[in-house]
Ligand binder design. Sequence first.
Ligand code: SAM
Length: 253
Amino acid sequence: MHFNIFTLFPEMFGCYFGVSILERVQAMGLVELVVHDIRDFAHDRHRVTDEPPYGGGGGMVLKPEPIFRAVEAVTGADPARRGPVILLTPQGRQFTQSVAQELAGYEQLNLIAGRYEGVDERVRAHLVTDELSIGDYVLTGGELAAMVVIDAIVRLLPGALGAEGAAESDSYATGLLEGPHYTRPAIYRGWQVPAVLRSGHAANIARWRREQALRRTWNRRPELLLTAPLDEEDRFFLGRLAEEIGGAGADSS
Ligand code: SAM
């Protein structure tokens, strides 16, 4: 999968893209992450990329010409052949696990990181094909948001996680939150790892994990239970949980 990232601050990406899974998927040839400096496409003497807003007011606005030039030079002039052009913006559609899943199906994604007051509206209207927000808050720039989006997509690509974990059981992938994890030692400060996890009984461990995921989702994000795919056993467990909580009050897990 190929990512083009358009930014005024390419140096921000080196560290994150150079370690752990993102570094490995590139070395494996699974992913190409190419960062483009918008400033390289500003052709005036001072390489100006931002100007004050028409109509007055504070802040600066990213000019359209360098962004159009950058995207068209890198991805070609034909919009049909370049894949989605995504603007990171607090006004975009909410980025979620299912959006990550949807975007993981593309061969190429192009991400534009805004700065200052954002980009000239003509970029949004005539170049951008999708707008993503990583949450209802305002960051200084779109670079962190681009890293968040890329990271969440890349770990869904077949082979990306290797032995380090399986994305299928992660929170949201199953429609539920994932249950708790334990590792050695078996007893720490008197706190024991649940015996079932040390039993070696695969079916019991799988059932325990499922029930923990249901319990945790019930406690923290009950609305997810309305849309999560549930089987008979899950419903039976949730019924028991309802009785247990009705009698004793919710625990904090
Ligand atoms: N004036 C803009 C507004 O009120 O909508 C906010 C501009 S923000 C200071 C600068 C840049 O940060 C934006 O152009 C966008 O690229 C990025 N950004 C900020 N918050 C974001 C968020 N929640 N999700 C994605 N990108 C964000």
